[in-house]
Design a protein around this ligand. Structure first.
Ligand code: PGA
Length: 249
């Protein structure tokens, strides 16, 4: 059975005091779903967040990492640095990283390898831009993003891969993909995986939806058969909203 997952991507929000306050608020919330819950604070707050949530059922994860083991990469963080403070899961390929920091399929493939090498789990993000959808190319774009960064992997490696379909036009815009649009794309992604790795592997991979997911629309989106949860930006910054989404399953 594949896992249901709700992960909060805090992006560049919350200083240390705000981070700890939000974590305290999150721990006060009651969870009624079986979903795995994760939050991704900024790098500077990761260790404190990890310590604060050590005994909770919320996993602290990272928003990014570099592909090199160490060396002259000013300002970067490696997989082993994350592992050394207890972080076992990393988000890779977020559209903001692709857009503002020039991340490409090639550099992402290297990051994927480096994270897997250290035994980390990856939430791998991808998604089309508005122009792609308008021209009917969303399937090709998504398929290429997945193929180029992930299809060199063995089937076994997919145990540690969580996919996150995030249409760029829906991220932070308030405009959400309709539940049908999400389902269609998720089913297409699963078929793409099945063609390469077989139906058994494809069935086991969790595919999250991301892009203006909020308490008001999460339930309908999560009710779709190929949607296994969400990667939540804005709505993860308020404990009540985030848990309303967690409990939407
Ligand atoms: P959003 O962001 O929920 O604020 O649209 C989602 C994401 O970027 O992962």
């Amino acid at each position: 059975m594949r896992k249901q997952i709700v992960a909060g991507n805090w992006k560049m929000n919350n200083d240390l005091a705000e981070t700890l306050a939000l974590l305290t608020d999150l721990q006060k919330q009651t969870q009624t779903s079986n979903a795995e819950v994760m939050v991704a604070p900024a790098f500077t707050n990761l260790y404190k967040a990890f310590e604060a949530l050590k005994d909770s059922n919320i996993e602290v994860i990272a928003q990014n990492m570099h592909y090199a083991e160490n060396g002259a990469y000013t300002g970067e963080i490696s997989a082993s640095m994350l592992k050394s403070i207890g972080i076992n899961t990393v988000i890779l390929g977020h559209s903001e990283r692709r857009e503002y920091f020039n991340e490409t399929d090639e550099s992402l493939a290297k990051k994927v390898d480096a994270a897997l090498e250290k035994g980390m789990r990856i939430i791998f993000c991808f998604g089309e831009e508005l122009a792609d959808r308008k021209s009917g190319n969303e399937g090709t774009v998504v398929e290429n993003q997945i193929k180029n960064a992930l299809f060199h992997l063995s089937a076994a490696a997919f145990q540690n891969i969580i996919l996150a379909y995030e249409p760029v036009w829906a991220i932070g815009t308030g405009e959400t993909a309709s539940p049908e649009q999400a389902q269609d794309m998720h089913a297409f992604i699963r078929k793409t995986l099945a063609n390469k790795y077989g139906a058994d592997i494809a069935e086991e991979v969790s595919i999250l939806y991301g892009g203006s997911c909020k308490p008001g629309n999460a339930q309908e989106i999560f009710s779709k058969p190929d949607v296994d949860g969400g990667l939540i930006g804005g709505a993860s910054l308020k404990a009540e909203d985030f848990y309303a989404i967690v409990n939407a399953f």
